[in-house]
Design a protein around this ligand. Structure first.
Ligand code: FAD
Length: 565
C-alpha cells in the first residue's frame, strides 16, 4: 500500500491523518508522537488547570477508539522521530519506552511537530534547567504538573508574557485564588493588538486582583528555599513567588527539518509552497512549525494558531491524495488561502481579538495613516440598547485609503466580540471593502444585535470617510497634534459631561449651542471635535465644515481617547 508517515499527532498531524484515511482506505498511515497523548486539546489546557474543564478525559478529543478503531491509524506515542533520510525515504525513530530504534519508510511524509515554548538560557542561568516551579504550558503533562502545584495550595505565581497563553493562565490562576503577577515587556498585553483595544483587559486584570507589570522585563530567576523563586525585573524590583510560568512565545520545532536539509526561513520556520510542500516535494509541513503567507499584503509571516494548523493538515492530506490519484481532484487547485492571525482571548469578563492587520502592524510595515490606510473606531452596544444586558464594545477597522479594502479589525468588549470578528475575518478573506460592511445583512433581533449592527456602523463611518463626508483623527494622532500645539480641540458634549472628565486643552461648546456660538472658535489652526463616542462630534464636524471651518472629528470620541491613555 501507499505509505504515509506523519510526525506529530496533535492539531495538524491528527487532522491530516484522519483526512487521509477518509480519502484513502488502502493507505498505510503511521503517526509518530513523542508525547504520551495523541490528538489532545492544547487550547483547552488553561481551562483544565483552572478547573473550568473538570474531566481530564475531555481534553483527549479523539481517543484510541476513534483513531485506531474508526480510522485505522497506527499511532505510535512516546516515539521520537530522530532523523529523516530523504534519499532512502525513511525516518529513523526511537521508542522512548524501550529505547529501541528503527527505520520507517514513507512515500510521503508530513511534518507537524509544532512549536516549543521559548525558555531563554540567560533567564534560567541561576535556576536548574528543569526547576520544578519554572513551567511552560504546551502538553497535557505540563498541565498535569501545573495543576498538581496549584492543587497543592501554592499561594502565588508570576506569569511572564502577556500574550494569549499568559493571559489565559493568569485568568485561570486568578480564579483559583492564587495571587498572580503578570509581567509584560511592552506597554500593553496582547502586543499584536493596538494599545487602546487592550485597555479593557488591563482594567479587568486589575479588578480581578492580577498584578499587572507593564514596560518591564524579567532579568533573571533565582532559586530560594523550598523551591520558591525570586523574580528580578530589569528595573531591579523583585517578586518572590511559588511558581513562574514562562509564556513569552514559541519557536518552530524545526530541528528535524533543518537537519534533513529542508529550507527554513530566518526565524527557523519551515518554508512551504501553497500546497504545504517543503523544499522536498515528498515532504509536507503544517502547523506551528511552518512559515505562512498572510493574505492582506501577501507577506511571509509566522502565525502559530490552532485553526491554521488544522486546515493546513487537511489541505496537505487533500494534496497528497490528489497527487497519488486516490481522489480525482486537481492537485494544482488545492492551495492554502493563507493565515491572517484571527484570534481571540477571554480574560475574566472581557474578550478581545484581532483579524488581519492591526494599526501598529501597518505602521511597522511603513504604511501611513490618511495616505495608505484609514481607521475608524466605534463604540456601539453589543445588542439593542433597550434590551437588557447590552454592553458597549469597541470595534476598530483598518482599511485601504484607495479602494476601502478591509485590512484588519480589532474588537474588545463583554458580548458579541467573537461574532463581529468572525464576520470581519470572512470579509477580509473574500477581499471585502468597507462598502461591503455598510451593506452587510446580519442577524438582528434585540437580544442579538441591532438593526444597524456594529459592523454596519463601522462600515457607515468608513464609507463616509472615503466619500469625503467626514474627516477624522484617531486618538494617537490627536495626542501628537496636542503635543505640537497644532489643534483647537472642541468638546461638544454637555457641560456636566465635560466637567466630569475631558481632554485637558479642550474648550466646551455643547452641540445644541454650536450654531450660535461658532464664532467663538479660533480659526488659526485646524479644529478637532469630539463627543463621547463620535456621533455628536460628527454632527458638529459636518456643520462647522459647511461654515468654512477646517475640521476633523475624533474617531470614537472621548471613549477612544481614554482607552488610548
Ligand atoms: P502541536 O499541536 O503542538 O503538535 C505537535 C506535536 O508533535 C507535539 O505533541 C510534539 O510532541 C510532537 N513532536 C514534535 N517533534 C516530534 C518528533 N521529532 N517526533 C515525534 N513527535 C514530535 N491556538 C488557537 O488558535 N486558539 C487557542 O485558543 C489556542 N490556545 C492554546 C493554548 C495553549 C496552552 C497552547 C499551548 C496552544 C494554544 N493554541 C491556540 C495554539 C495551538 O494549540 C497550536 O497552534 C496548534 O496545536 C499547532 O498544531 P501543530 O500540529 O503544529 O502542533
Amino acid at each position: 500500500p501507499h505509505r504515509i508517515v506523519i510526525v506529530g499527532a496533535v492539531a495538524g498531524g491528527a487532522s491530516a491523518a484522519a483526512r487521509l484515511r477518509r480519502l484513502g482506505e488502502h493507505s498505510s498511515i503511521v503517526v509518530f508522537e513523542r508525547g504520551e497523548h495523541a490528538s489532545f486539546a492544547n487550547c483547552g489546557l488553561p481551562y483544565y488547570l483552572g478547573g473550568e474543564i473538570v474531566k481530564r478525559d475531555k481534553l483527549l478529543v479523539a481517543g484510541k477508539t476513534q483513531l485506531e478503531g474508526w480510522l485505522n491509524l497506527e499511532i505510535r506515542t512516546r516515539t521520537d522521530v530522530l532523523s529523516i533520510d530523504r534519499e532512502r525515504k525513511l525516518v529513523h525513530v526511537r521508542d522512548l519506552a524501550t529505547g529501541d530504534e528503527y527505520d520507517q519508510p514513507y512515500d510521503q511524509l508530513i511534518l507537524s511537530p509544532g512549536a516549543s515554548p521559548i525558555r531563554p538560557a540567560a533567564l534560567l542561568e541561576k535556576v536548574r534547567p528543569h526547576h520544578p516551579r519554572v513551567k511552560s504550558l504546551r502538553s497535557l503533562g505540563d498541565a498535569d504538573r501545573l495543576k498538581e502545584l496549584v492543587d497543592s495550595g501554592i499561594s502565588s505565581a508570576v506569569i511572564v508574557g502577556g500574550g494569549f497563553i499568559g493571559l489565559e493562565v493568569a485568568e485561570q490562576l486568578g480564579q483559583r485564588k492564587v495571587t498572580t503577577s503578570l509581567i509584560e515587556a511592552t506597554d500593553h498585553v496582547m502586543p499584536a493588538l493596538d494599545k487602546e483595544i487592550t485597555a479593557p483587559i488591563h482594567e479587568t486584570l486589575t479588578r480581578h486582583g492580577v498584578r499587572l507589570h507593564l514596560n518591564v522585563a524579567v532579568a533573571d530567576l533565582e532559586p530560594l528555599e523550598g523551591d520558591r523563586i525570586r523574580v528580578r525585573l530589569d528595573d531591579d524590583r523583585t517578586i518572590e513567588t511559588d511558581l513562574v510560568v514562562l509564556a513569552i512565545g514559541v519557536r518552530p520545532e524545526s530541528l528535524l527539518a533543518k537537519n534533513a536539509g529542508l529550507e527554513l526561513n530566518d526565524r527557523g520556520a519551515i518554508r512551504v509552497d501553497a500546497h504545504q510542500r517543503t523544499s522536498d516535494p515528498s515532504i509536507y509541513a503544517v502547523g506551528d512549525a511552518v512559515e505562512v503567507t498572510e493574505p492582506v499584503f501577501g507577506n511571509k509571516a509566522y502565525i502559530p494558531l490552532g485553526g491554521p494548523a488544522n486546515r493546513q493538515g487537511r489541505l496537505a492530506a487533500d494534496h497528497i491524495a490528489a497527487t497519488v490519484g486516490v481522489t480525482d481532484l486537481e492537485p494544482e487547485e488545492l492551495t492554502y488561502r493563507g493565515s491572517q492571525g484571527t484570534s481571540i482571548v477571554r480574560v475574566f469578563d472581557v474578550a478581545a481579538g484581532l483579524t488581519g492587520q492591526s494599526e501598529i502592524s501597518l505602521q511597522r510595515q511603513g504604511k501611513r495613516l490618511h495616505e495608505d490606510y484609514e481607521t475608524v473606531t466605534v463604540h456601539p452596544m453589543s445588542h439593542a440598547s433597550y434590551y437588557p444586558g447590552a454592553q458597549r464594545m469597541t470595534l476598530k477597522i483598518m482599511f485601504s485609503k484607495k479602494e476601502g479594502r478591509l485590512l484588519g479589525a480589532e474588537a474588545v468588549g463583554r458580548h458579541g466580540i467573537d461574532k463581529r470578528l468572525d464576520v470581519l475575518a470572512m470579509a477580509i478573506q473574500l477581499g471585502g471593502t468597507v462598502f461591503d460592511l455598510e451593506q452587510a445583512e446580519l442577524c438582528y433581533a434585540p437580544p442579538f444585535g441591532s438593526a444597524k449592527d456594529p459592523i454596519n456602523m463601522a462600515g457607515f463611518q468608513a464609507a463616509n470617510l472615503l466619500l469625503g463626508q467626514t474627516r477624522n483623527v484617531n486618538a494617537k494622532e490627536l495626542e501628537e497634534l496636542i503635543k505640537d500645539n497644532a489643534v483647537t480641540l472642541l468638546d461638544v458634549r454637555t457641560e456636566p459631561e465635560y466637567q466630569t472628565d475631558s481632554i485637558e486643552i479642550a474648550v466646551n461648546i455643547p452641540l445644541d449651542q454650536l450654531r450660535e456660538r461658532r464664532d467663538e472658535i479660533p480659526r488659526d489652526r485646524p479644529v478637532v471635535t469630539y463627543c463621547q463616542v463620535g456621533q455628536r462630534g460628527y454632527l458638529a464636524e459636518t456643520m462647522l465644515r459647511q461654515h468654512g471651518v477646517d475640521v476633523r472629528n475624533l474617531s470614537g470620541g472621548f471613549t477612544s481617547w481614554r482607552l488610548w491613555q
